[in-house]
Design a protein around this ligand. Structure first.
Ligand SMILES: Cc1cc2nc3c(=O)[nH]c(=O)nc-3n(C[C@H](O)[C@H](O)[C@H](O)COP(=O)(O)OP(=O)(O)OC[C@H]3O[C@@H](n4cnc5c(N)ncnc54)[C@H](O)[C@@H]3O)c2cc1C
Length: 592
């Protein structure tokens, strides 16, 4: 297998909002920076973000970043680290202006200020009423972020390696040994099948989420948790994996997202009886309650027989909104309903169901984006993470809408700035002997296993089904145990997977098999963590433990993989716990 070596001070894996923001800040600081991405950068998933970026600009009505802090902490069911939330909400404002100055075409008020809209869980802290905090560019905000950042990265000379697929992280030793440094990454060039070793002083993972572990999801096929799984396999823990967000309004059966922006502009949710059922669950905020509450309410309505026509969906109704709002502020959403369902939202309500959307958990980091490896927050020198693959933790048990775009911008920038400082002072650590060894072993196994009896599609489908059935919005201990057994069986089958394509060049069969391995690891970490957490908090709802239990569970989960070997199915897991940082807001009951 041909191998090519590169040397860059900083290597960023992932070209979504988090990766590009980090790379831009590195390049502006004059640090030689490479970005690797399995997708062409502007096809990254940030581009699908619709509704907006939360920042308390106060352009449309009174607002304060401290109110944004409180809403985020309350929304997180008090699991977010409050010091990190303060950093995020304060710096969100500056990040929005940074993007504006870089050319992002925000929607404007008549006076020329950045326009803002309402979003779930964002409130005026005095009245408790929804507040306009989401800065938007129609319902194509993420698309505009990516275009803006990519152009600026090109301008500042970032080197892009597009369609390069991350396969491994390189360390000088055991990640839990404080002397260990991160020294690079390994990637497969998809076009040629050549392996590339990137030797670096610092590496940042910004590889996005893993919604594809579920059958119904808003996430693209490429969101397979690659960065989380690669780090986990190298002995780095994952944090709070049990908290996975379901967004209330996915298109029925497909999961394609109809943004909360619709409800922010005034859309209703109706059950089969035509009732605005949210009045029973969140009388004040109604459809603008946080996503965990709305999704759970929808599952309960359906289970109690109030789905539409007795089926497992409900209605999103925008018929009462002015035509101008639909055309100017919600054009994508309107079009999606027409294209995917053949439903004209101006005339009929749209069938929706909760859809797997966002990973609150991921690779643990501090507020500088440094990956930390234990309950004392010990950093792994030279390794950084940002965006959806990371867990700072600012979302705790449930993220508020618009806070992911803030997270990727604020912590992407902070990570880039910290890396720049680190790269100026640090030397290049040595590479291990044969840095490509793990990748080659895995690829050879997949390509040579000609008599394996399982196919990638079969295993992936079975995984997505069992995760949707047993580890989604409503969970039980028995269901999770069943799910765990199934995921372990599927890992066994994965060891005997057979590919059709045995070539090196542009082998998408191989890429999908590697991605399936990552999905299985993320699912395993999620299910084990969910089974372990015997309480209900935010998006993690255990019917057998329906109450939040602050006495025993006001803490973050760290899950470690303890390998008995490199073969799938061999891993054991271990838990440790990290205290939640509380600054000003002691936990209270959440009422909306
Ligand atoms: C439909 C939709 C709408 C949303 N709307 C909003 C919204 O309005 N507001 C909000 O705050 N949030 C929203 N979100 C969430 C938010 O968009 C994402 O959480 C966020 O954009 C993630 O950004 P990221 O930079 O972490 O990852 P991504 O943008 O997903 O980028 C991941 C990058 O990693 C690369 N990568 C992954 N694996 C590999 C690998 N093995 N090798 C090399 N490269 C790899 C990919 O190529 C890509 O460049 C929405 C999400 C969805 C799905």
């Amino acid at each position: 297998m041909q191998i090519v070596r590169h040397r860059y001070d900083a290597v960023v894996v992932g070209a979504g909002g988090a990766g590009l923001m980090a790379a831009l800040n590195l390049a502006q600081a004059g640090v030689p920076t490479a970005v690797l991405s399995k997708l062409y950068p502007t096809r990254s998933h940030t581009g699908t973000a619709q509704g907006g970026i939360g920042a308390a600009l106060g352009n449309m009505e009174e607002d304060h970043w401290e109110w944004h802090v409180f809403d985020t902490i309350k929304g997180s069911d008090y699991l977010a680290d409050q010091d990190a939330v303060e950093v995020m909400c304060r710096e969100a404002i500056d990040c929005v202006y940074f993007l504006e100055h870089m050319g992002l075409p925000f929607d404007r008020t008549d006076e020329g200020k950045i326009m803002q809209r309402r979003f779930g869980g964002h409130t005026n802290n005095i009245t408790g009423e929804p507040v306009r905090r989401a800065c938007h560019a129609a319902d194509r905000t993420g698309h505009m972020i990516l275009q803006t950042l990519y152009q600026q990265c090109i301008r500042y000379g970032v080197q892009f390696f597009n369609e390069f697929f991350l396969t491994d992280l390189l360390l000088t030793g055991d990640p839990l040994d404080p002397a260990t440094r991160c020294c690079g990454a390994v990637a497969l060039e998809m076009r040629t099948g050549i392996l590339h070793i990137f030797h670096a002083k610092a590496v940042l993972f910004a590889t996005g989420g893993f919604g594809r572990i579920y059958k119904v999801t808003s996430n693209a096929h490429t969101l397979t948790g690659d960065g989380c799984a690669v780090a986990w396999r190298r002995g780095i823990p994952l944090e709070d994996m049990e908290f996975y967000q379901f967004h209330p309004t996915g298109i029925y059966k497909l999961g394609v997202l109809l943004s909360e922006a619709a409800r922010g502009e005034g859309a209703y949710l109706l059950n089969g009886l035509g009732e605005r059922f949210m009045a029973r669950y969140a009388p004040k905020l109604m459809e603008l309650a946080p996503r965990d509450l709305v999704s759970r309410a929808m599952y309960l309505e359906i289970r109690e027989g109030r789905g539409v026509n007795g089926k497992d969906y409900l209605h999103l109704d925008v018929r009462h909104l002015p035509k101008e709002v639909l055309e100017k502020k919600l054009p994508d959403i309107t079009e999606f309903a027409r294209i995917y369902l053949g439903v004209d939202p101006e005339k009929e309500p749209v069938p929706v169901q909760p859809t797997a959307h966002y990973a609150m958990g991921g690779i643990p980091t501090d507020v500088h984006g440094r990956v930390v490896v234990d309950e004392k927050n010990t950093p792994l020198t030279g390794f950084y993470a940002a965006g959806e693959c990371a867990c700072v933790s600012v979302h705790g048990a449930n993220r508020l809408g618009t806070n992911s775009l803030v997270d990727i911008l604020v912590f992407g920038r902070r990570a880039g700035l910290h890396m720049a400082q680190f790269c100026r002072e640090a030397d290049f650590p040595p590479l291990p002997d044969k840095p490509e060894a793990m990748t080659m072993e895995r690829i050879r196994h997949l390509l040579n296993n000609t008599d394996g009896k399982w196919r990638v599609g079969q295993i992936r489908r079975a995984l997505q089904e069992v995760m949707m059935d047993k580890a989604s919005v409503l969970r039980t201990g028995d269901g999770l145990r069943e799910c765990w057994d199934k995921v372990r069986d599927l890992k066994g089958q994965y060891a005997q997977v057979r590919l059709d394509d045995h070539h090196r060049a542009f082998n998408l069969d191989l890429i999908e098999a590697l991605e399936l391995g990552y999905l299985l690891d993320c699912a395993e970490a999620l299910v084990a963590s969910a089974l372990n957490r015997a309480e209900s908090r935010g998006a993690h709802y255990r019917e057998d433990f329906p109450q939040r239990d602050d006495a025993n569970w006001l803490k973050h989960t760290l899950i470690y993989r303890r390998d008995k070997g490199h073969k799938a199915g061999d891993a054991e897991v271990e838990f440790r716990y990290k205290p939640v940082v509380i600054t000003k807001y002691p936990p209270q009951e959440r009422k909306y």
